[in-house]
Design a protein around this ligand. Sequence first.
Ligand SMILES: Cc1cc2nc3c(=O)[nH]c(=O)nc-3n(C[C@H](O)[C@H](O)[C@H](O)COP(=O)(O)OP(=O)(O)OC[C@H]3O[C@@H](n4cnc5c(N)ncnc54)[C@H](O)[C@@H]3O)c2cc1C
Length: 348
Amino acid sequence: MKTLIVGGGLAGICVAHEILRRDCQVTLIDSGINHSSAIAAGMINPMTFRKMVKTWMGDELIPFLMEFYSDLERKTGQQFFFERTIRRAFSTAHERELWLERERDEEYRNYIFPISTDDTPPYVREEFGTGVVKCPGYIDAKTFLDANQTYLRRKGILRTEEFDFDQLDVDQSSYNGERFDAIVFSEGYRGKQNPFFQYLPLETTKGEVLTLNIQGLDTKEIVNRKCFILPTHNDVYKLGATFTWKTTDLSLTEEAKEELLSQYSDLIKKPFHVAAHEAGIRPTVADRRPLIGEHPKHKRIYIFNGMGTKGYMIAPYFARHFVEHLVDHHELLEEVSIVRFQNYLKEE
Ligand SMILES: Cc1cc2nc3c(=O)[nH]c(=O)nc-3n(C[C@H](O)[C@H](O)[C@H](O)COP(=O)(O)OP(=O)(O)OC[C@H]3O[C@@H](n4cnc5c(N)ncnc54)[C@H](O)[C@@H]3O)c2cc1C
């Protein structure tokens, strides 16, 4: 089995590792410019705070990703997975009530700590108390990307170049005259321009993040309410992230900066200094599920995209799921298979 992957961000990297695990041949092409996997905060949050419920498939995704990233740390010789808990400052009394309900639910035992009334640190502004999520941690996204791209380049798998659609012979599934058993598109938000998958509802959701220096906060906890404040190293914190729907404009905006800083001041009492401001584009899908599978008309042309707002949580598990489909012809989960959008193709 010989596979070409277009896109060496998180999605393409995870698929490449899974193919290598099978001792199959793989080539990865990446333009060398990344606007999502490198910008991400990389948090693995097993809770969805809006409804105070477990994240979709968290029971399966979390144990899998912990092993997956540890294995990649061993292979690349770089650490990028760091332990962190998440402290949620409740927005309303209702949210606190929901948390107390979850505390009584056996299903949430591995997800949240019981509320303790006296452990909220003094720098958190809160009216309704706080609760702590048993978050496994976060992936230092830039280190992850650098370490894995370097590893795959050294193995002769990753090539830095722009994919040229004029060199693709879709009937032969060949690129630049070289034949492949599968060509997998993992182009992130740029997949929206992919001529074969225009019918899929891939969206582009911009996010802006700030890097702050905060002296004396001195915590290993991520703090969350409206925004997140993620401690990385020493006095350096990530503050994010905004959501601007349906845009690929990567400009840094004053509005986003002000929004984040106002959310920060509502949550944290410490003074700060803004060290950096970055923007990225998430590849999202309205039903919040990835887009995986073979093109309905063009055999051997695949997509593995739409990792959304929680790509670092989702991509490892579904890369394995996808490669099992590719190599062993296992059925894809209906929820992630692009077959769910078959009707959109007819409407084209
Ligand atoms: C601000 C922000 C915060 C985030 N925070 C989190 C978080 O806390 N936790 C979490 O789990 N997720 C988070 N995410 C989401 C996560 O970053 C994405 O789900 C994930 O990175 C998407 O990875 P990808 O590989 O699909 O896309 P990308 O990272 O965009 O990678 C696509 C790659 O394809 C390449 N490419 C595209 N077209 C071509 C071409 N024609 N030729 C060659 N190469 C091509 C590009 O160069 C790029 O490297 C965040 C995202 C943003 C923007």
